[in-house]
Every structure is written in structure tokens, then in C-alpha cells.
Design a protein around this ligand. Structure first.
Ligand code: G3P
Ligand code: CA
Length: 357
């Protein structure tokens, strides 16, 4: 063979390898999983305008036209899966009045009947009087099945569920319990309708074992149990008074440390990551900036989607979209849908009125 012929042969042999190595765009990665792009994920429902994780928040998000209803999964004492974010019920219910002796107890210390007896709406009216509504008073904690009912409750608007196993070490077997409910309701046969998420990579691996076909996302942040920070200084040691300002200064220890977590995500069966964002205005949901352009590029290079949490303001949406994320967890779904030129047919207030909240 001539040198020229040998060169051509090498090129032909290497071409498929080069094609394989090509980085897929976020849009392509999402399409392969049946996940909308860019995805609008209603964080605990439309939780800016209605009490988080209640029927009002999830119905509002559905009516606005979101892609996913996000929920944090926990389990009652008698084994029922429920949507609650915090480790206890103090912030988002009247547990202190109803069960003063157990006000600091975890969700798992309460039966479903006890959880259902709590008022999970009035706290919102007190915390946000400018958005208060009489219809929020007495709203209940929801079971997973009730959130599925809401997602299935409109003829055309059929959001998926983006389900986080919250503190899964407290709930051994919750991954199998979740599979049983999703299977029973036919939710496992709809590609991309469910996305599973966790900060805990062991839980993610268990979810993968139970439901290998369902897309999974490893949540990322800088701190204990996740990405190691560049500085070992704690918030208390930092002298900072504002947690968001402290988090905003947090960086992964190194590029290799960030990459290690992307590799953990892949090893656990994830198709993407859910990194934190540092928000311009700070606040309780502002953490380390883990959506810098190089981070998103590295994720895409590894075939991982990036769904960032939790972004509400246009200035931050501009920033994270320019940095290359593929979806956003937001408390303000209506605003984000408008940003993506998918405006809702009515305002939040009109929808809540129409739905009698
Ligand atoms: O699940 C994404 C985001 O919700 C993670 O943070 O604390 O709101 O569950 P958190
Ligand atoms: Ca969550």
C-alpha cells in the first residue's frame, strides 16, 4: 500500500471514532431522553405564588404550562410517600400548635392521618401577606399519588414529575417504594415523564437499580456530602453574616474535584446533574456558582445534561442560559415560561381565582 493509501485508510478507520467523540449539545442530549429543552421545572410547584408542595402550588404550575412539577419525597410513619421539603414540619405547617411535643420531630414520626391534619398553607399567608389568599388556609400536605393526580388532571397540560429522594438515609427502601407507586400508576412507561434526582449518590444508584430506564440527575453543591470546597473555613468561622455571600465565595477545590463528581454522576447512572447557582440578589436559595461555562461544557462533553437550581430573576436566567444550562428549577414558573416565549394564558392570580384558591 502506498503512503497515500495508508493515510486514507487511517482516516476512514478513525472517522467513526471522531464521530463518537463529538460532544452532543444539551438540546440533543435532552431529546434523546425525551426531556423538554430548555426544561421549566416548577420548584416545589409554583412556590413563589402559593404555599410550596401544596395543591395550590402544583395546580398553578400545571395551569401555567410547566414541563415538570418538582417534589421532595419523604415517607410517613405508616409508609406513605409524601411531598415535603424540610426535615421537619415547623416552617411550613402548624405542627407547633397541633403537636407541640413533637414539633421538631422528622416527617417520618407522623402518620399520614397526622400529616393530613396539619395546615400547610397558613404559614405562607403570614410569611408573604402581599401574596396571601384565604384559599391557602388549611391546605394539606400531599401524597405522591395526589401530586400524580394533579399532573394528570388536565386534558392537554400534562407536566412530568421531577422527584428528589430527600435525606434518603432516613428512609431505607424509599427507592423501591417509589418504583412501586410509579409502576402502579403507569408512569414508568412514559419516556421523560419522570426524572429522578438526589444529592445522595447511593440513593441515585439504588434508583438506577430499581428503574434503569428512567432519567436520573445527581444534584450538586459545594459542601458536606458533595463537592469539596477550596477553603475548609466553615460559615461560622468565616465571620460572614449572610449565608448567600458565604456560599457565593465557595468554589470546588479544583477542576479535578468538580470532574470527579461528574464521573460519580455517570457511575450512578445519571443522565445529568443539578448544580446550584449563586443568585445576584442572594437569599436563602443562593449557593455556590456551579454553572460556570467551563463546568457546563465539561458536563456536555461527558454526555450530561445540566438543570440548575433555583433561579427566579431575569438577570440570573440570562446568566445561566448564557453559561449553557439545559433547564432551570424555578419558584416563578410563569416568569420563566414567558422568558422562553411560552407565556401562560392567564396570570398567576387569575389562575388561582379560577381554581378557587
Ligand atoms: O431539587 C433541586 C433543588 O430543589 C435542590 O434543592 O433544597 O430546594 O431541594 P432543595
Ligand atoms: Ca428539591
Amino acid at each position: 500500500m502506498t503512503m497515500q493509501g495508508f493515510g486514507r485508510l487511517c482516516c476512514l478507520l478513525l472517522l467513526p471514532l471522531a464521530a463518537l467523540a463529538k460532544t452532543e449539545s444539551g438540546r440533543e442530549l435532552a431529546a434523546r431522553q425525551g426531556i423538554p429543552y430548555p426544561a421549566v421545572i416548577a420548584h416545589r410547584g409554583a412556590s413563589f405564588d402559593a404555599p410550596e408542595s401544596t395543591a395550590a402550588a402544583y395546580v398553578l404550575a400545571r395551569e401555567l404550562g410547566v414541563d415538570y412539577l418538582e417534589l421532595d419525597l419523604q415517607r410517613s410513619k405508616d409508609g406513605v410517600l409524601v411531598a415535603v421539603h424540610d426535615d421537619n414540619l415547623l416552617r411550613t405547617s402548624d405542627v407547633a400548635e397541633r403537636f407541640p411535643q413533637r414539633k421538631n420531630s422528622p416527617v417520618s414520626a407522623f402518620t399520614l392521618a397526622e400529616l393530613k391534619s396539619l395546615d400547610a398553607g397558613s404559614w405562607f399567608n403570614q410569611a408573604y401577606p402581599e401574596r396571601a389568599r384565604s384559599g391557602f388556609k388549611g391546605l394539606q400536605i400531599l401524597t405522591l399519588d395526589e401530586v400524580m393526580d394533579i399532573a394528570e388532571g388536565h386534558p392537554n397540560k400534562r407536566p412530568g414529575l421531577y422527584i428528589e429522594t430527600k435525606v434518603p438515609t432516613l428512609f431505607p427502601g424509599i427507592e423501591a417504594d417509589l418504583k412501586a407507586r410509579l409502576h402502579a400508576r403507569g408512569w414508568l412507561d412514559q419516556p421523560g415523564r419522570v426524572v429522578l434526582q438526589s444529592f445522595d449518590r447511593n440513593s441515585l444508584a439504588l434508583l438506577h437499580k430499581e428503574m434503569p430506564q428512567v432519567p436520573k440527575v445527581l444534584l450538586l453543591w459545594v459542601g458536606k456530602g458533595s463537592i469539596e470546597p477550596a477553603s475548609a473555613q466553615s460559615f461560622a468561622e468565616s465571620g460572614e453574616t449572610d449565608k448567600a455571600a458565604f456560599y457565593a465565595r465557595q468554589q470546588p477545590r479544583s477542576k479535578a474535584e468538580f470532574e470527579r463528581w461528574l464521573d460519580y454522576a455517570k457511575a450512578a447512572g445519571a443522565i445529568g446533574t443539578g448544580p446550584s447557582a449563586a443568585l445576584t440578589g442572594g437569599g436563602a436559595q443562593s449557593y455556590a456558582d456551579l454553572v460556570q461555562p467551563w463546568m457546563n461544557q465539561l458536563s456536555h462533553d461527558k454526555g450530561l445534561l445540566v438543570h440548575v437550581y433555583t433561579v427566579d430573576e431575569a438577570v440570573d436566567v440570562d446568566k445561566v442560559m448564557a453559561a449553557g444550562v439545559d433547564g432551570i428549577f424555578t419558584n416563578r414558573s410563569g416568569r420563566l415560561l414567558e422568558y422562553f416565549s411560552r407565556p401562560a394564558p392567564m396570570s398567576e392570580a387569575q389562575i388561582l381565582d379560577a381554581q378557587s384558591f
